[in-house]
Structures are given as C-alpha cells and as structure tokens.
Design a protein around this ligand. Structure first.
Ligand SMILES: [Zn+2]
Length: 107
C-alpha cells in the first residue's frame, strides 16, 4: 500500500470538519471544530501509526502542513524570546512558514 498523500490527509481533515470531497454525499456528516479534527489525525498518527507523523497543525492559523518540508517547531529547548528569556508556553508549538507570531532566537 502506498503512503497516504498530503492531499488525502487534507481531505480527511476537511471531512472531519464537515467539508465533503467533490461528489461525496453524506447525511449527518461530522462537523468537528478545526482543533478537534486535528486531534483525530493526531491519534491516528501517534497512537495507531496509521497516518504519517509528519503532518502538523499550525498553532496560529490551524492549517495542516507537512512539517518535514516546511514550517518551524518552537519550544523552550530550542528557542528563546527575543529578549533572551524562556519561550512563553503560549508560543510553544508548530507553525507553518510565515505564521510564527513572534520573533525568536534559536538556542
Ligand atoms: Zn499557519
């Protein structure tokens, strides 16, 4: 079986939010908020190893992206605030390119 593509993951992410692919008709479709839809994907990645682990949700805009190809992960182990202080917890997370809300310094 070939690996699931980014397009398929995005389609599934949209499906969980109630946006059906073209041509699909379904009554009582799921309508999860974006953050909860990603929790389903996360479970399939991390707990069941069904989906590739490289897809992350941008903490700023909620967009799904391939973290092996783009984006940044910020945490207190790898980055500091511009003033040299510890990264605030509210900024810890994955961001796709152009979406990181702060300037930071790599440690
Ligand atoms: Zn983003």
């Amino acid at each position: 079986m070939s690996e699931i593509t980014e397009e398929q993951i995005v389609d599934f992410f949209e499906f969980l939010q109630g946006n059906l692919p073209d041509g699909m008709i379904m009554a009582n479709r799921p309508k999860l908020p974006q953050r909860k839809a990603f929790k389903v994907i996360w479970y399939l990645q991390e707990h069941l190893s069904i989906l590739p682990d490289k897809y992350e949700q941008c903490k700023h805009c909620g967009y799904l992206f391939n973290s092996n190809a783009t984006g940044v992960f910020i945490d207190s182990e790898c980055a500091k605030m511009p003033d040299g202080k510890k990264i605030l917890n509210k900024y810890v997370g994955h961001y796709h390119d152009g979406c990181c809300p702060i300037d930071f310094r790599w440690i």
